[in-house]
Each structure stands twice: as structure tokens, then as C-alpha cells.
Design a protein around this ligand. Structure first.
Ligand SMILES: O=c1ccn([C@H]2C[C@H](O)[C@@H](CO)O2)c(=O)[nH]1
Ligand SMILES: [Zn+2]
Length: 130
């Protein structure tokens, strides 16, 4: 496995925020998923006038990765324009627990100065499984 520079990783999540489509919330979020081979897949949140169709940055990154056959996700960084590290929503926690169960999740704030590191299990203890 390629060693991970977590500062670099959170910078990628921060850079992914620039493509966020957030005309309603004006709250851009960026994410970067990393595979065991060191491949990186970026995601950002994409909103819709029919609000419930909005998709979070974390899920865009993980769905993009899976759709390209990149399923061995070892890390996922998430960034937003907030003072304290962003906290993924419940829907994303459920998706992370299934699609990136081994990942270390790096949550960061607006300038990457604070990083919270969590496992998928810590983010969603006793998550729903079939
Ligand atoms: O972890 C999170 C939390 C929220 N959002 C998005 C959804 C919506 O576009 C905006 C405000 O909720 O932020 C994410 O992308 N990821
Ligand atoms: Zn979410």
C-alpha cells in the first residue's frame, strides 16, 4: 500500500469543493476517496431544486470510485468551509460503512488546519447490514 500523506489528502478534499453545485445551501463540501493502489477519486456535493435529490460529496466520491471498479477504499477525506472538522450526515455514514468499511476517514475544516481521524465503525457504530 502506498503511504498516505494526510495533509495532501485533505488538500485534495478541499480542492474538490470548487466544483460543488450548491445554489441552495451555499455550503460546498469536497471529498477524496483513495484506493489501496493510491488512486484518488474526488467528489463534491450536487444539489437540486427538488431538495431531496441532493447528493453529498462523500457519496459522489464513493459512487464514482465504485462505478470505475475501484472498490478497495482505504481512506476518505471530507472538507467543508467550517471552523471545526465537518461531520458527515447519517446517510453518508451508512454508505461509508458499506462501501468503505476499512477506510480511515479524515474530516477537516476550511483550511485543513484541523483533522479528525475516524474509522467507518466509529462514524456509524452498529450500522445496518443485510
Ligand atoms: O457531510 C456532508 C454534509 C452535508 N453535505 C451537503 C449536502 C448539502 O448540499 C449541503 C448542506 O446540507 O451540504 C455534504 O455534502 N456532506
Ligand atoms: Zn451526507
Amino acid at each position: 500500500m502506498i503511504p498516505l500523506d494526510e495533509k495532501e489528502l485533505v488538500r485534495k478534499a478541499l480542492s474538490a469543493m470548487k466544483n460543488a453545485y450548491v445554489p441552495y445551501s451555499k455550503f460546498p463540501v469536497g471529498a477524496c476517496a483513495v484506493t489501496a493502489d493510491g488512486e484518488e477519486v474526488l467528489g463534491c456535493n450536487i444539489e437540486n431544486a427538488s431538495y431531496g435529490l441532493t447528493i453529498c460529496a462523500e457519496r459522489v466520491a464513493l459512487f464514482k470510485a465504485y462505478s470505475e471498479g475501484k472498490k478497495d477504499i482505504v481512506a476518505l477525506a471530507v472538507a467543508a468551509n467550517v471552523d471545526e472538522p465537518v461531520s458527515p450526515c447519517g446517510a453518508c455514514r451508512q454508505v461509508i460503512s458499506e462501501l468503505a468499511p476499512k477506510a480511515i476517514v479524515y474530516l477537516t475544516n476550511k483550511d485543513g488546519s484541523k483533522i479528525k481521524r475516524m474509522t467507518a465503525e466509529e462514524l456509524l457504530p452498529y450500522g445496518f447490514k443485510l
